[in-house]
Write a protein that binds this ligand. Sequence first.
Ligand SMILES: NC(=O)c1ccc[n+]([C@@H]2O[C@H](COP(=O)([O-])OP(=O)(O)OC[C@H]3O[C@@H](n4cnc5c(N)ncnc54)[C@H](O)[C@@H]3O)[C@@H](O)[C@H]2O)c1
Length: 323
Amino acid sequence: MDNNMRKDFFGPQGDTTWNRQRLLKTYTSFKHHEMDIRDRGGVARLIADLKPDAIIHTAAQPSHDLAASRPYDDFDVNAVGTLNLLEAARQGCPESPFVHMSTNKVYGDAPNRLNLVEKETRWDYADAEYAQGIRETFAIDNSMHSIFGASKVAGDVMVQEYGRYFQMPTCCLRGGCLTGPNHSGVELHGFLSYLIKCNLEGRTYRIFGYKGKQVRDNIHSLDVVRFMDQFIQHPRVGQVYNLGGGRSNSISIIEAFKLIEGISGKRMHYKYVDENRRGDHVCYISDLSKMREHYPEWDITKGLLTTFEEIRESWIDRTNTSR
Ligand SMILES: NC(=O)c1ccc[n+]([C@@H]2O[C@H](COP(=O)([O-])OP(=O)(O)OC[C@H]3O[C@@H](n4cnc5c(N)ncnc54)[C@H](O)[C@@H]3O)[C@@H](O)[C@H]2O)c1
């Protein structure tokens, strides 16, 4: 289900029609439903009719900035739309696993209050407790989330509640930096994809604060989907997982410059802006222990080097740029 609301949110650049057409052409069993998840009755009828074996809910208003200017639309899609899907699932297919894409922004800016150490090329957690990153038990309140983060919290908590209260097989995946060769990174979203594109095209990349030492853990889309598949095969009730690349796939901006320069042989051009983005995490690494413990068959299969190479190859193909 997708009503192409991304086009309404982001203008023609956000139009997802190309992807729908690609899917229809590539997979004969793929069916598209032009459905708005805010349409409570329509969603209920469709789910009752289809009785799907599993639901993966990724429809959202995904931008911090836009949420502040369209708070009703943001909440209606992210919170109420999620409730519509959950209730439709409870009525139509309560046994079917329900996977919800949440976000690590549910932790708000609280990760910035952790003790950090400044290393030569990155910030890192100072306390041993966070050696593997942030766990699912990290507090979600007493921090600033942005309007978007708050509507995602509402959806996240409701997905957990439909699990616990109604014993439905639901989970929230609190995603961080999800990326891969099909990512269309732009300056405000999708930093790795955008950074690699800048290197390829010799464009100037702007670093916003934190000395370029801010750290993110990156997960390849294939490993995201592999985890969803594991959950659907062996569902649990009302679970939450921090879905990221973990410490081994963590990298700072200046470390990412070095890595892409080594792959491409092209120098990275950048400009330092001495002001961080509001609420931007200084260091965010997901602790993957719970995912590994619950799903021992799952692990990260795509390391940073492979992910960088795949993104670069894809940009070369998509933009017809020379190597
Ligand atoms: N991309 C990331 O790095 C990232 C990180 C953390 C969490 N997430 C979460 O993953 C999910 C997917 O994110 P994305 O980056 O693919 O966003 P996206 O904007 O590319 O995809 C969302 C899709 O939902 C559709 N949609 C929006 N409103 C709708 C409505 N009312 N009815 C039906 N469809 C509607 C849009 O048309 C779009 O195709 C979101 O929940 C987002 O918060 C993404």
